[in-house]
Design a protein around this ligand. Structure first.
Ligand code: PEP
Ligand code: MG
Length: 757
């Protein structure tokens, strides 16, 4: 049974579309279970019905036509209860209904399982038998397993509008149906997509057309020649191995001579496909063919073809002119994007970011916010391979992406862009006004930064300084650790840009989702692993160099604050301070007498630090609350996982309580406290932070004037009152709608858009 299941899943995976997959499933299950009928019904939500979509055993003409209400018959019964049903005699069940339109006969044995994903029932798979029979446990589990796999495929097909292959009746693809993701960076943009994909990954290669097939033919043939050369060399290198082992390379070389692989790819190139796209199509076709073969030996050959395809692809990619001609309104699209992918797009050309993975608290999203471009994250169903060079609308408020949208959609979003522009013109009027409440409380606003390129805009924003400079970004854009000199130059520019206003440089906070290609860290659970201050203290070489660079950069300026990330224990602060004090003393003794001892602060972003806030406050000069991590650690929700992103909310009452405790602890000990996580830039949350009495707030540039508007519109007393009032709520949604109502009432409705940021 296990083998049968493996085969069915493999076959289904190579089906061309969902329609074909459904037909394959019913046919194979009927064979394996030796039943008389196997059918799949899918829900048609719009009509609140269930439709017969594929069958082996019932009338083929009933497919797409037989519809049941969602509670009708045994099929409706299983759908509404979302629970399997295994009965020997269906006709004796109180919900039994005979369905003559399906051509069904007097079947008795009945097994039916729902197709469910994320609490949504997509339909059912049912098996019927003439004789009375209860199906075996292993048959039930086979069906449950296949239903679970099918649920994922249906959800994906539905999301990308690929359900059109199914017969009439089920809602077909509407051209304006968006692909759903998560809000990553607020705002809306319309632009042209460029897909970024990892090298040597066949599946990831997007469909890309060319104007110059002759050149692509040349690129392809040269890549094939290089692959041959490489294989011959490999063969020579393994000449001491037994002949059978060497035979693999011989087989690869033969495949490279084969007409089907080479000629088919050339034909596709002649149809104006780029060499890599054409190669991908041919290789995938071969892989599917071999994967579905009965013979085990031949089936295994699919892997060889994949390997060979990858080798050729690598050579093509090393020759291909990389798509560096970014469109003036580039929307960067990828399964996984990195901070450096974003930074590669020339300034002013990046108009949006769309990523199939991650969430609003991933660093790519944070960077998008720093750059002021809308982003949608965690769009799991993104058909990236079909998305190159398309017109896209990115709705960073709702987390929606529209591919090749209709004029109606573009018009609608152009209007929103227009409104946004008007709002930012209005907000710009606040630039030089103080961040002061109507009852006279000033809450200085700082920016979060990490790029040198965003410094001019930050300087020009009316910010009171830099509250968080993420030093890891310059580390991420290099192929080795930056030297002391290089770091000194960067930090000097940052300090100079805001001098004499304070600039907080955070020591290296790598690990988690911020990796350095040249310092790989492999962990099962990186967010609970080796990150932030833990790495710095384990690598005094890296830490001391960085501290030295920071202090040297501050020579002549007196505005440096040093912030320590991911503090979980008091000893980490003590040790870090020791290093900083030693480096300082060394530099003074070497004659750098113009350096002032910087203020040292701790980030509070881990629950253990919340509970030790008094001890921490007594050891440092300031506290900065990193709500991005604090939320993930308090709520046990991975900040990068789109599947649980709905649970990640900085307005969760437990998070609010934790931040309150931190502020109270810092205040008790007369230490300045700031929030530098994204919570500070969310207008609704900012209201609560004001009420808590935060001394300063630090945020992405795009949020600065919005939050200033909030501060200038609400008195400190009103903010305190709101903070008390939200105590009555048990969940983040209620808190948010209460605060949004307050913003709306105060005439700040323009700041409220659906979505969390
Ligand atoms: C935070 O965790 O809130 C924070 C500001 O740091 P980062 O997002 O870089 O982890
Ligand atoms: Mg953090």
């Amino acid at each position: 049974m296990l083998e049968a299941m493996r085969r069915i899943i493999q076959e289904v995976n190579s089906a061309k579309n969902l329609d074909q997959a459904l037909n394959l499933i019913v046919c194979r299950i009927k064979q394996v279970m030796k039943s008389d009928v196997c059918s799949i019904y899918l829900s048609d939500d719009a009509k609140e019905q269930i439709v017969l979509m594929a069958t082996d055993g019932l009338l083929p003409s009933a497919v797409g036509r037989v519809r049941l209400n969602q509670n009708e018959g045994l099929i409706g019964y299983v759908t509404s209860r979302s629970e399997p049903l295994n009965i020997a005699n269906a006709t004796s069940h109180p919900h039994f209904k005979f369905l003559p339109d399906t051509g069904e006969e007097n079947y008795r044995g009945f097994l039916c399982v729902p197709i469910v994903q994320h609490r949504k029932v997509f339909g059912v798979i049912s098996v019927q038998q003439f004789e009375e029979r209860t199906f075996k446990e292993e048959e039930l589990t086979l069906l449950v397993t296949i239903a679970a796999q099918l649920a994922g495929a249906i959800a994906h097909a539905e999301a990308i509008g690929d359900i059109s292959g199914l017969r009439e009746g089920i809602a077909s693809h509407e051209s304006d149906k968006p692909i759903k993701g998560l809000p990553g960076s607020a705002g809306v943009s319309i632009g042209c997509s460029t897909v970024v994909y990892p090298p040597a990954d066949l599946e990831a290669v997007p469909v890309r057309k060319t104007q110059d097939p002759d050149n692509e033919v040349k690129v392809f043939l040269l890549a094939v020649e290089s692959t041959k050369k490489e294989l011959r060399n490999l063969k020579k290198r393994v000449s001491q191995l037994p002949e059978e082992e060497q035979a693999l390379f011989e087989a690869y070389l033969l495949m490279l001579e084969s007409k089907s692989l080479i000629q088919k790819t050339l034909e596709r190139i002649r149809e104006f496909y780029c060499a890599s796209s054409a190669l991908k199509d041919t290789v995938m076709e071969h892989i599917n063919l071999f994967s579905s073969m009965e013979d085990d030996y031949l089936r295994e050959r699919a892997q060889d073809i994949r390997d060979l395809g990858r080798r050729i692809l690598m050579h093509i990619q090393s020759r291909e002119r990389s798509p560096k001609n970014y469109h003036s309104q580039t929307i960067l699209v990828g399964q996984e994007l990195t901070a450096s992918d974003l930074m590669e797009v020339p300034e002013k050309k990046l108009a949006g970011v769309v990523c199939a993975s991650g969430s609003s608290s991933s660093h790519v999203a944070i960077l998008a916010r720093a750059l002021g471009v809308p982003a949608v994250m965690g769009a799991i169903d993104l058909p990236t391979h079909q998305m190159d060079n398309k017109t896209l609308v990115v709705d960073g408020y709702q987390g929606n992406i529209y591919i090749d949208p209709s004029a109606r959609v573009t018009d609608e979003f152009s209007k929103i862009i227009q409104e946004e522009n008007e709002l930012s013109v209005e907000l710009r009027g606040l630039k030089h006004l103080p961040p002061e409440t109507p009852d006279g409380v000033t809450i200085p606003l700082f920016v979060n930064s990490g790029l040198l390129s965003d410094l001019p805009a930050s300087q020009n924003s009316g910010a009171n300084g830099i509250g968080l400079y993420r030093t890891e970004f310059p580390f991420m854009t290099r192929d080795r650790f930056p030297s002391e000199d290089e770091q000194t130059k960067i930090y000097k520019q940052v300090l100079a840009s805001f001098s004499p206003n304070p600039v907080t440089l955070r020591t290296l906070d790598i690990g988690g989702d911020k990796n350095l290609a040249y310092f790989p860290i492999k962990e099962e659970n990186p967010f609970l692993g080796w990150r932030g201050i833990r790495i710095s203290l384990d690598h005094p070489d890296i830490f001391i160099t960085q501290i030295k660079a920071m202090l040297l950069a501050s020579e002549g300026y007196e505005n440096l604050n040093i912030l320590l990330p991911m503090i979980t224990s008091i000893s980490e602060i003590r040790e870090s301070k020791k290093y900083i004090e030693n480096v300082y003393a060394d530099l003074i003794s070497q004659g750098h007498t113009n350096i002032t001892m910087p203020k040292i602060g701790a980030m509070i972003e881990v629950p253990s630090a919340v509970y030790q806030i008094d001890r921490i406050a007594q050891l440092v000069d300031f506290i900065s609350v990193g709500t991005n991590d604090l939320v993930q650690y308090i709520l046990a929700v991975d900040r990068n996982n789109p599947d649980v992103a709905d649970l990640y909310d900085n307005l969760h009452p437990a998070v609010i309580r934790a931040v309150k405790e931190i502020v109270a602890g810092a205040t008790r000990n007369n230490v300045d406290v700031s929030v530098c996580g994204e919570m500070a830039g969310d207008p609704a949350s900012a209201l609560l932070l004001m009420g808590m009495g935060l001394n300063t707030l630090s945020m992405s540039l795009v949020s600065l004037l919005k939050v200033k508007w909030v501060i200038r519109s609400f008195s400190f007393e009103k903010a305190k009152q709101l903070l008390e009032e939200i105590e009555q709520f048990d969940d983040a949604e209620s808190v948010r709608s209460y605060l949004n109502a307050a913003l709306f009432e105060a005439g700040l409705g323009g700041l409220i858009r659906p979505g969390k940021n």
